[in-house]
Design a protein. Sequence first.
Length: 115
Amino acid sequence: METESALQVLTGLAHETRLSIFRLLVEVGHEGLLAGEIATHLEIPGTTLSFHLKNMSQAGLVVSERLGTSIRYSADFDAMNGLVSYLTANCCGGNMSACAPRKKSTRRRKATASR
C-alpha cells in the first residue's frame, strides 16, 4: 500500500459513524450485512447510512453485493490488512517481534489515579 492509498483509507475511517460501521462489518466477517441490518444495529437513519457507506466504498473499505432490491456490505479485509501492514512495516526498526503489544504498567495507572 502506498501513502496516498493509506491516507484514503484512514480518511474513510475518520468519522465516528464510519468507524462504527466498519467495526461492525469486521465483527460479522466475510458474510457482511444488509444495509437495513446495519442501520438497525447501529440505529442510523437510512440516508445517513447511505452517505457513509458511499464514502467508505470510495475509500476502498467496504465491498457491496446487490441481492435483488437489497445491498449486502462487507469489510474489505484486504484493504484493512494492507493498512495495518503499511502502518507497521517499519515498526521497531523492522523487528516485528518487538512490536507485540505489551501489558500496560499498573504502576502508571496507580500514580495517575492518586492525583
